[in-house]
Design a protein around this ligand. Structure first.
Ligand SMILES: [Zn+2]
Length: 177
């Protein structure tokens, strides 16, 4: 039996579904296409950081969040959350994620040695670990020596700056040492 012709409302539903399916596809990383043309030698091997964080995610506009099918919105939210959590977990386990060799003093901004010059203990007198809720990664604040610590204790602006930095913290496994 032939189907009755679609009403305009039904056509709109189909059009919306197609648009939503395209939007969902835009979330996925692009598939490699056929045999690749080898890069020219002039192209640097490393990808610039900025380029790495842009695609494949196309940021949705408020209107897309408002008008897309609610199931698609939920699907997209779940996908983004899962990707965020996977990324935070894996990047958090990387050795270069919160590398003590990259620490600098919260007060004087000088690089802080991983190990005290005496060979015993860490190169800082104070350390605070906090969860950066923006990235889902643990980060550390360190103060290099007793002098900087005294400056910090007597400077409420610095204390507020630290509070702002760690706002939303969930734990501080090794606070003041
Ligand atoms: Zn310092």
């Amino acid at each position: 039996m032939p189907r009755p012709p679609l009403t305009d409302a039904q056509k709109d539903v189909l059009r919306a579904r197609l648009a939503n399916a395209r939007a969902a596809k835009a979330l996925l990383p692009p598939k490699p296409k056929g045999p690749r043309v080898p890069r020219s030698k002039a192209t640097p091997a490393t990808t610039p950081v900025v380029a790495a964080v842009a695609p494949p995610y196309a940021v949705w506009t408020e209107s897309q969040w408002l008008t897309s099918h609610v199931d698609l919105c939920k699907q997209r939210l779940a996908l983004l959350k899962s990707d965020f959590e996977t990324g935070a977990k894996i990047v958090g386990q990387r050795g270069d994620s919160n590398d003590p060799r990259s620490y600098s003093c919260f007060v004087c901004a000088n690089p802080v040695a991983e190990v005290n010059p005496s060979g015993r203990g860490p190169g800082w007198v104070w350390k605070h670990d906090y969860l950066n809720t923006r990235t889902g990664l643990y980060e550390s604040v360190v103060i290099c020596n007793q002098h900087c610590h005294t400056v910090y204790v007597n400077d409420t602006r610095l204390q507020l700056k630290l509070k702002d930095l760690i706002r939303g913290e969930v734990s501080a496994p090794e606070a003041a040492a």
